[in-house]
Design a protein around this ligand. Structure first.
Ligand code: UD1
Length: 427
C-alpha cells in the first residue's frame, strides 16, 4: 500500500487550485437516476469516491462517460445517462466501502418506485445510522421493509404521494435523499429542519436545472412540488470548501501564505472566522481566498455544528493546526461521537491533547516531530499531513487510500507550494 512521505519545515507559498467538492459530487451524481436524459456534471473532482459512485451507477444500468480524463486535467466532465434502469439495488459490497451509496435510495424510489439498499454497517467515525433517511421516505408515503441487512423501500402504485418530512436532527444525507425522492412525487413535500449546507444548495440548484420545483433553497424549510418527469441538464459542481479549509490550515501551520484559487468564501464563513480568530490573515478576492500566517497562532475555542456552524469535516485539520498555537484550545465535536481517532496519532508526533467526552483540549507545543502515523478516516488523515508539514524531520502517513477518497492530487498540490512531500509505493 502507498504511503505519503513528508519532510516537514517548509513554509508553504503560492497558489493551490481548489477542486470540485467531493460531497457535492456524491449527491449530484445520483440525480442522473431521476431522468432518462443525460446529466452532464462539470468540475467533477478526480477522486476514488467519485469513481466508486460511477461504478454503482453503472450497476444500476446508467452509463458514465468521462471527458478530460488525462492525468493533467483538473475538473473532469462526466455525462451520466440512465436511459433505462436495470437494477434498483445498492449492494453491501459497495455501500460498505462508501457510505454515500445510500444516496441512491431517494432517486431510485423517485424514478422506479422502489429501491433496495444495503444497511451501511459500522463506520470509522461513529455509528452513523440511516433511520432518518428511512423515516423521510415513510413520511412521503414509502413502505419500508428490513430484511437480511437490506432495506427495501417501495412507493405504493409506483409513485410516492409526497408529504411532510420533519427531521428531529439535521442530517445532510437524509435531506439529500428526501429532496431527490420528492422532486418526482405525485404531490407536494415539505422538508422541515432541512440541512442548509452549501452542498444541499448545490443539489437543489441542479435539480431545478433538471426541471424540479423547489422553494426555500438555502433555508431550513424546503417546499417541493413533485413533477411528472425531470429532464437532462449540464451542471458545474461547487468548489470544495473542505479541501480549501484544509489547505488553509496547512498554510497557517507552516507560517506560509497561500492563495486558494476557486474557493468560495461565502461557503466557508465559520472556517474563515476560526482562522482569523487563530491569528491567520484571510483576504477574500474575486473567486479566491488568500491565507497568510506570519505571527504565532493563537489558541481558540471551537464547537462543530450543522451549517452555518463550524463543519465537523474541518475539526481534525484545525486540531492539527492548533497543536502549534501559543496556548490551549478547546474543540468540541457535536456531530459524530467517535471523531478523535487522529488524537493518538498526533500525540505520537509530540502533540499535547486531552480528550474528555466530546471535548478535546489542545495545548500548543513548541515543535512537532515527524513519525510513522496512520488514520482511519479521510479528514483525520489530512490532519496528519498538516502536522507532518510543520513537524521536524520525516513523517510517513500510511493508509493513503483514505486521502485518495477526498483530496485530488494532494502531493502535487502541496509540492507546488513548496512542501517536501512524495508518495511512495510499498515495494
Ligand atoms: C455528510 C457528509 C460528511 C459530513 C456530514 C456532516 C457526505 C457524503 N458526507 O455525511 O462528510 O461529515 O455530512 O456534515 O456528504 N444521523 C442519524 N440518522 C440518520 C442519519 C444521520 O442519527 O439516518 C446522525 C449521524 O450519525 C450524525 C448526524 O446525524 O450524528 C449528522 O449526520 P449527517 O448529516 O447525516 O451526515 P452524512 O450525510 O452521513
Amino acid at each position: 500500500m502507498d504511503r505519503i512521505l513528508i519532510r516537514g519545515g517548509n513554509r508553504l507559498q503560492g497558489r493551490i487550485f481548489i477542486s470540485g467538492a467531493k460531497n457535492a459530487a456524491l449527491t449530484l451524481m445520483p440525480c442522473a437516476l431521476l431522468t432518462d436524459e443525460p446529466l452532464t456534471l462539470r468540475n467533477l473532482p478526480r477522486l476514488a469516491d467519485v469513481d466508486s459512485f460511477g461504478h454503482l451507477l453503472n450497476q444500476l444500468g446508467a452509463s458514465t462517460a468521462i471527458e478530460g480524463s488525462r492525468p493533467e486535467d483538473f475538473g473532469r466532465v462526466m455525462t451520466i445517462r440512465a436511459g433505462r434502469l436495470t437494477s434498483t439495488e445498492a449492494p453491501y459490497d459497495i455501500v460498505r466501502k462508501m457510505r454515500a451509496s445510500i444516496l441512491v435510495l431517494g432517486p431510485l424510489i423517485g424514478r422506479a418506485g422502489e429501491a433496495t439498499v444495503s444497511l451501511p454497517g459500522g463506520c470509522a467515525i461513529g455509528n452513523r445510522p440511516i433511520d432518518l433517511h428511512l423515516k423521510a421516505m415513510e413520511a412521503m408515503g414509502a413502505e419500508i421493509e428490513l430484511a437480511a441487512g437490506y432495506v427495501k423501500a417501495v412507493a405504493p402504485g409506483g409513485r410516492l404521494p409526497g408529504g411532510r418530512v420533519s427531521f428531529p436532527v439535521v442530517s445532510v444525507g437524509a435531506t439529500e435523499n428526501a429532496l431527490m425522492a420528492a422532486v418526482t412525487a405525485r404531490g407536494g413535500t415539505v422538508i422541515e429542519n432541512a440541512a442548509r449546507e452549501p452542498e444541499i444548495v448545490d443539489l437543489c440548484n441542479c435539480l431545478v436545472a433538471m426541471g424540479a420545483s423547489i422553494s426555500g433553497i438555502g433555508t431550513e424549510t424546503l417546499e417541493i412540488e413533485g413533477r411528472d418527469r425531470l429532464h437532462g441538464a449540464t451542471y458545474a459542481v461547487m468548489p470544495d470548501r473542505i479541501e480549501a479549509g484544509s489547505y488553509a490550515c496547512a498554510a497557517a501551520i507552516t507560517g506560509g501564505s497561500v492563495e486558494l484559487a476557486g474557493a468560495e468564501a461565502n461557503d466557508m464563513r465559520a472556517t474563515i472566522a476560526a482562522l482569523v480568530e487563530a491569528g491567520v490573515s484571510v483576504e477574500e478576492g474575486k473567486g479566491s481566498i488568500k491565507v497568510s500566517a506570519d505571527g504565532p497562532l493563537r489558541p481558540i475555542t471551537l464547537s462543530t455544528a450543522p451549517f452555518p456552524g463550524f463543519a465537523t469535516d474541518m475539526q481534525a485539520q484545525f486540531m492539527a493546526m492548533l497543536c502549534k498555537a501559543d496556548g490551549a484550545s478547546v474543540l468540541t465535536e457535536t456531530i459524530f461521537e467517535n471523531r478523535y481517532m487522529h488524537v493518538p496519532e498526533l500525540a505520537r508526533m509530540g502533540a499535547d491533547i486531552t480528550v474528555t467526552g466530546r471535548s478535546a483540549v489542545v495545548r500548543g507545543v513548541a515543535g512537532l516531530v515527524g513519525a510513522q502515523v496512520m488514520a482511519t478516516d479521510l479528514r483525520a488523515s489530512m490532519s496528519l499531513i498538516i502536522a507532518g508539514l510543520a513537524a521536524e524531520g520525516e513523517t510517513q502517513v500510511s493508509r493513503v487510500y483514505h486521502l485518495d477518497r477526498g483530496y485530488e492530487r494532494l502531493e502535487e498540490k502541496l509540492s507546488a507550494v513548496g512542501a517536501d512531500i512524495e508518495r511512495i509505493g510499498d515495494g
